[in-house]
Design a protein. Structure first.
Length: 204
């Protein structure tokens, strides 16, 4: 079955589909082969089986590829029965979390999209007593498996937060530089004042 929109495509499929998006320099034969590959990925079948698919299915794939990727951010979502919340506030990201995310996108941001999404998300459980979602942490032994779960995340959830974070990270860089610059100036001023205090004590 060919999905009507991106909610029917998960991260694992999107990673496989991504190289097929650019068709500018392809010949007609290469474009046809590219469509067969897209059918194979979307339907989870072999290339030989995809070659036997109908023109109607091929047209549905074409329509899907021409559909704009979603932009609405969903803060809460479920994967494999577990509820998560995205940390869309930069202040909620500690230094280790930020470094983990940057490491997952520096080599291959598309292929490592599931790892980025996992690092941006926090597992939560709803507390009826507090009437809100309460965050918790996975056991270290669970982390790898839970991260793999994120390959099932629908791209309509992953893509908007991915774009948001990439823009956020670009804005955070100058902020971080400003903070370091101010810290250095403050430290130099404190050293200067300490030196002056020591000199005044020597003069007494």
């Amino acid at each position: 079955m060919i999905p009507k929109d991106w909610s029917g495509i998960n991260i694992k499929q999107f990673v496989q589909l991504y190289p097929t998006f650019k068709i500018g320099d392809m010949t007609n034969t290469e474009i046809i082969d590219n469509k067969i590959k897209q059918l194979s990925i979307i339907k989870g079948i072999s290339l030989k089986e995809a070659e036997l698919c109908t023109t109607i299915e091929a047209n549905k794939v074409k329509l899907l590829m021409e559909t704009e990727l979603p932009t609405r951010i969903r803060k809460h979502f479920k994967i494999n029965g577990i509820t998560y919340r995205f940390n869309i506030n930069a202040n909620e990201l500690d230094s280790s979390g930020y470094v983990g995310i940057m490491n997952s996108i520096k080599d291959d941001p598309i292929r490592n999209m599931h790892a980025t999404m996992f690092n941006l998300a926090t597992p939560v459980k709803y507390s009826w007593l507090r009437a809100k979602f309460i965050p918790y942490e996975f056991k270290p032994s669970e982390v790898e498996e839970r991260m793999e779960d994120f390959k099932r995340m629908p791209i309509n959830i992953a893509y908007p937060i991915g774009v948001f974070f990439l823009n956020l990270s670009k804005n955070l860089i100058p902020v971080t530089e400003d903070y370091l610059r101010e810290s250095l100036m403050k430290m130099n001023q404190e050293l200067k004042e300490t030196k002056e205090d020591l000199l005044s004590m020597d003069g007494q």
